[in-house]
Design a protein around this ligand. Structure first.
Ligand SMILES: Nc1nc2c(ncn2[C@@H]2O[C@H](COP(=O)(O)OP(=O)(O)OP(=O)(O)O)[C@@H](O)[C@H]2O)c(=O)[nH]1
Ligand SMILES: [Mg+2]
Length: 431
C-alpha cells in the first residue's frame, strides 16, 4: 500500500531531518518535494494545494522553540496535516441501542460491495447480523452473497419475488421478529452512476432507512474515487466510505483525497479478499505508516512534549495576568483527562479520597464549554441571558448550572491572579 509515496516521503524526511537550519528557502524546497510526491500518488490537486497551505501555516513559527531541531517540527507538521487529510479521528459505527442498525453498501460495479457485506457481517457477528441481497438483475449476485454468507455462517434473507424493495421490507419485518441487530444491504452495481441506479437505491432506502450509507470504492481507483464519492454524495447523501483492495498497489490517491475533496469520511479499508480482510481506518496510524512508522511516532511525541511545556509556561503567564479564559480551561481539562479518570488522579494526592471527586461535575463543565462559541470562551463576559439559555440547551444543563460555572470560573481566575506568582498551576475550580 502506498509504496511509491512512502519511498518518496522517506527521502524527503531524511533531507528535512538533516537540515541544521530551515529558512524560507529550505521550506519552499521541502514543500515542492512534498507537492510532487502527493501528485504522483494521484492525490487530487486541490487537496494537495490545501495540504501545502496548511503545512505552510503550521511551519510559520518554526524558530519559536530552541529545544527542538527545525526538521523535527517540519516532520511533525507534515504528520499532523496527513492525519487531518485522512479525517483526523477514527469513525466508529454508532449502533442502535434497541432494535436494529441498517447499513447500506453502495457503489459501482466490481468495487467489492458483496465481499465487504460479508466481511462486515463477520466483523460484527456478535451483533447478530442479517445479510440482504438486492441485486435483481444478475442471478449470480445473490448466489455470490449466499455463498459468502454460508461460508461465514451468517444468515441471509432470500430475494423476495425478485423484487429489491419487497426484500428489504421483508428484512425489516424478519429483523424485528427475530431480533437481528444489524441489517446489511448489498446493492447492485453499475458501470456508471445513472438515474436508474439512483432511483433504485432511493427506493430501497425509502423502504428501509439506513443508519449508514456507505460507499464502497476501489482503493486503487485514485482520484476517480473522489468523483464517485462526490456524485453519490450529492444524489443520495453518504455517511462514509469503505476503501477496498488496499492490499493491492494503491498509490494513495483515493485514501488521501476522498475525505477532503468529497467530504466523505473513511470507515474501513479492505485489505484482502478473505473474510477477515476488513480493518478499521485510523487516520493517525495510516499517517504513521505513510511517513515511516516507529521513528515518526517517537518524534511526534517528543515535539508534543516540548510544545506542551511551552504551553504550560504560556498558561502560567496568563494566570498571573488574570487573563485565563475558558478555552484555556477546556484545554487543561482535556490534558488532565488523558491521564485517566480524575478521581483516580486526585486520589493520589494525600488527604483526598476518590469519593470526594465528582466526575459528573467536570463532564458537565466540559459539555457547557463545548457548547460555547470561541468568542464566548475567550470573553465570558459577553455571555448574556439568551446565550446562557443556548449553552444550557446545547449541553443538556440548566441556566443555573451555567451561571454557577461562570461564577466559579471568574472567582477562580481572580484568586489565581492574586496568589498566582510562584504557585504551581492548579485546577482553577474547587473539586
Ligand atoms: N484483494 C482484494 N480483493 C477484493 C477486496 N474486496 C473485494 N475484492 C475482490 O474484488 C472482486 C469484486 O468484488 P465483489 O464483492 O463481487 O464486488 P461488487 O461490488 O459486489 O461487484 P458487483 O456486485 O458486480 O457490482 C472480487 O474478486 C473480490 O474478491 C479487497 O479488499 N482486497
Ligand atoms: Mg456484488
Amino acid at each position: 500500500m502506498f509504496e511509491g509515496l512512502i519511498d518518496r516521503l522517506q527521502i524527503i524526511k531524511r533531507k528535512v531531518l538533516g537540515y541544521g537550519r530551515i529558512t524560507g528557502q529550505e521550506l519552499d524546497s521541502i514543500f515542492k518535494d512534498i507537492r510532487i510526491a502527493l501528485l504522483e500518488a494521484d492525490v487530487n490537486y486541490r487537496v494537495v494545494k490545501d495540504f501545502i497551505a496548511g503545512l505552510s501555516e503550521k511551519t510559520k513559527g518554526l524558530e519559536l522553540s530552541k529545544s527542538l531541531k527545525p526538521g523535527d517540527l517540519v516532520i511533525k507538521a507534515v504528520y499532523e496535516e496527513l492525519v487531518e487529510l485522512l479525517g483526523r479521528t477514527t469513525e466508529l459505527i454508532e449502533f442502535e441501542k434497541t432494535g436494529f442498525t441498517v447499513i447500506s453498501l453502495i457503489g459501482l460495479q466490481g468495487v467489492g460491495k458483496t465481499t465487504t457485506a460479508a466481511k462486515l457481517a463477520a466483523k460484527y457477528r456478535n451483533r447478530n447480523p442479517l445479510l440482504v441481497p438486492t441485486d435483481t438483475k444478475r442471478p449470480a449476485a445473490v448466489e455470490q452473497l449466499q455463498f459468502l454468507a454460508e461460508h461465514a455462517n451468517i444468515p441471509m434473507i432470500p430475494l423476495d419475488k425478485g423484487d429489491a424493495v419487497a426484500t428489504v421490507r421483508r428484512a425489516k419485518v424478519v429483523a424485528g421478529k427475530k431480533g437481528y441487530g444489524v441489517i446489511i444491504i448489498d446493492t447492485a452495481g453499475r458501470l456508471h452512476i445513472d438515474e436508474t441506479l439512483i432511483e433504485e437505491l432511493k427506493e430501497i432506502h425509502g423502504a428501509l432507512k439506513p443508519n449508514l450509507r456507505l460507499l464502497v470504492v476501489d482503493g486503487m481507483s485514485g482520484q476517480d474515487a473522489v468523483n464517485q464519492a462526490s456524485a453519490f454524495n450529492e444524489k443520495l447523501g453518504l455517511d462514509g466510505a469503505i476503501l477496498t483492495k488496499m492490499d493491492g498497489d494503491a498509490r494513495g490517491g483515493a485514501a488521501l483525497s476522498i475525505v477532503k475533496a468529497a467530504d466523505v469520511p473513511i470507515y474501513f479499508i479492505g485489505t484482502s479478499e478473505k473474510l477477515d480482510g476488513l480493518e478499521d481506518f485510523h487516520p493517525d496510524r495510516m499517517a504513521q505508516r505513510i511517513l515511516g512508522m516507529g521513528d515518526v511516532t517517537s518524534l511526534v511525541e517528543k515535539v508534543r512534549t516540548v510544545e506542551a511545556e511551552i504551553d504550560q509556561e504560556k498558561i502560567k503567564k496568563k494566570v498571573m495576568k488574570g487573563e485565563l479564559n475558558l478555552e484555556d480551561f477546556l484545554e487543561q481539562l482535556s490534558a488532565v483527562k488523558k491521564l485517566g479518570p480524575l478521581s483516580k488522579i486526585a486520589a493520589m494526592v494525600p488527604g483526598v479520597k476518590e469519593s470526594d471527586i465528582d466526575e459528573s461535575h467536570f463532564k458537565k463543565m466540559e459539555a457547557m464549554i463545548n457548547s460555547m462559541t470561541r468568542r464566548e470562551r475567550l470573553h465570558p463576559e459577553v455571555i448574556d441571558g439568551s446565550r446562557k439559555r443556548r449553552i444550557a440547551a446545547g449541553s443538556g444543563t440548566t441556566v443555573a448550572d451555567v451561571n454557577r460555572m461562570l461564577k466559579e470560573f471568574s472567582r477562580a481566575r481572580d484568586m489565581l491572579k492574586k496568589f498566582g506568582k510562584g504557585m504551581p498551576m492548579k485546577m482553577p475550580f474547587k473539586i
